[in-house]
Design a protein around this ligand. Sequence first.
Ligand SMILES: Cc1cc2nc3c(=O)[nH]c(=O)nc-3n(C[C@H](O)[C@H](O)[C@H](O)COP(=O)(O)OP(=O)(O)OC[C@H]3O[C@@H](n4cnc5c(N)ncnc54)[C@H](O)[C@@H]3O)c2cc1C
Length: 340
Amino acid sequence: MAKFEGYKDIYVFVEQKNGEIANVGYELISEARKLVASIPHMNYSVVGILLGHQIKDKAQDVIAHGADRVVVVDHELLKDYSTQFYADALTQVIQEFKPDSLLTGATVLGRDLAPRVAARINAGLTADATKIEMDPEKKDEALLLVTRPTFGGNLFGTIICPDTRPQMATIRPNVFAMDAADPSRSGEVIEFEPTFADTDAKVVVKEVIAKVVEGIDITKCDILVGAGRGAEHCLDLVQAVADELGGAMCCSRAVVDDGFADKAIQVGQTGKTVRPSLYIACGISGACQHVAGMDKSDMIIAINRDPQAEIFSVSNMGFVGNVEEVLPLLKEEIIAAKKA
Ligand SMILES: Cc1cc2nc3c(=O)[nH]c(=O)nc-3n(C[C@H](O)[C@H](O)[C@H](O)COP(=O)(O)OP(=O)(O)OC[C@H]3O[C@@H](n4cnc5c(N)ncnc54)[C@H](O)[C@@H]3O)c2cc1C
């Protein structure tokens, strides 16, 4: 008899707000597709879980992004996020369908929901993962190797949950790439009716006020020019280059700590994870906590006056020199290359 009888497939919690699906759900589905492809002998599927109210029509989008099946839990108590009702519903989905693994975005919602559900079902949860693989040594089970930064980002730990199911993990937005949607994909939509033992909300959300995000959302930018402490004295130049390239300025934590920039544009372990097509790191040392937030960028160009700076080890191209001298020249080169 299999060790975990009945537990199968990789499930992804697909977060939505007002019917709009957060990209992280699609990123996790894309990664889950790679995971199931790495264990063809297990014949696993990728299953999306969609909780909300009047969201059934979104199931096809989830399928288009790579899910083989979607479990839709449509209930008026799930219209807006509530820890109580979402945890009740997700727990019941797990008990009914027995996922072998369950991936959730490490968003504000996911960080609230996943640990609560894991505690209820006594499952192991790895939070804030940056890499997920299938253990190649295990041929008769789909054991996840989940890697996450630890000790302030100085080490990476790989965590396994061999004794409980589902294997749960939360993953930050932008860590994995999102595959393009294929509207012609077909899949199964399963409607699941939750039962709420107590429909009296313990916490009542009277009003949801959307946070007004001032400035640009760096996680959505295709070109980022990052300022480190070595560029603090010339942030105007960094901003001008970002504007010229049609991108945005972001920064390291040192720049935020020194009071030169808002935390909203900080990249890294305690900031945001970004994956633009171009990241120009200006006067950034390349500390692992910063690199964790930008090393998935398609092209990284670093400018640093120290030839030994760590940032060069993750860069596709590097310039040893003063930011103020190199950056304007680099900008001219990029503009000329774009015109050519
Ligand atoms: C738990 C924890 C979480 C953290 N989270 C984050 C995070 O999310 N994001 C983050 O960025 N950091 C984070 N850090 C901090 C991180 O460890 C580094 O301290 C920080 O990234 C350093 O920023 P920096 O490279 O800009 O500054 P510095 O380390 O001071 O490096 C400045 C660099 O600029 C170069 N330089 C100086 N002057 C010039 C010049 N004129 N021209 C060219 N180059 C020049 C120097 O050679 C040097 O390499 C975290 C730390 C901890 C412990």
